[in-house]
Design a binder for this molecule. Structure first.
Ligand code: FMN
Length: 173
């Protein structure tokens, strides 16, 4: 039986995520960037991360061909940037301060963390393409909080997390 698309999306939206903007340089040197909630860690050794890109995205050809990309993890102050990079292509870089990272992929100022990646693998992900990047450099800061996406809305963290009483958990490796 086919899944009901709307309920499937609603169920997926119960998984709270952060928000990233993934950037790269196209073959003609143009900067591309897309708001992305599908970012995740994959492996520590080698250091790998992943995100998945809709096959309809205008940035996809540039991302597929790029020699590197950057994952910019947005802070709670960067909601407007998230909307800007989810919108029409032409306006995306208006007033966005950035510096070149690995393979010239733009590193966005004010991000909570940057992961500069070399392409490691691309996989079929149905109507998305799954990108796995090998992290060649990263930076992070602890002085602000993340932008959170949950049930189709932006959120911020309500309170400081409390460690579990028996932290660290008895994970066997
Ligand atoms: C919070 C949020 C998360 C998103 N996550 C993804 C994602 O993981 N993958 C994706 O392909 N698009 C995602 N999008 C949609 C893209 O950012 C949007 O379609 C983008 O404008 C496509 O850019 P392009 O067509 O100019 O390349 C997300 C949008 C928002 C607002």
């Amino acid at each position: 039986m086919p899944l009901d698309r709307r309920s499937f999306r609603r169920a997926l939206s119960q998984f709270a995520t952060g928000v990233a903007v993934v950037t790269a340089r196209g073959a003609a040197g143009e900067a591309v960037g897309m708001t992305m909630s599908s970012f995740n860690s994959v492996s520590l050794d080698p250091p790998l991360v992943l995100f998945s890109v809709d096959r309809r995205a205008l940035s996809l050809p540039a991302m597929v061909a790029a020699e590197g990309y950057a994952v910019n993890i947005l802070s709670r102050r960067q909601e407007a940037l998230s909307n800007q990079f989810a919108g029409a292509r032409g306006d995306k870089w208006r007033d966005v301060a950035h510096a070149p990272g690995h393979a010239e992929a733009p590193l966005i100022a004010g991000a909570l963390a940057h992961f500069e990646c070399a392409p490691y693998a691309q996989h079929d992900g149905g109507d998305h393409v799954i990108f796995i990047g090998r992290v060649v450099r990263f930076s992070a800061r602890d002085d602000d909080e993340p932008l959170v996406f949950f049930r189709g809305k932006y959120r911020t963290l309500g309170h400081d997390g409390q460690p579990a009483p028996d932290w660290p958990l008895p994970i066997h490796y």
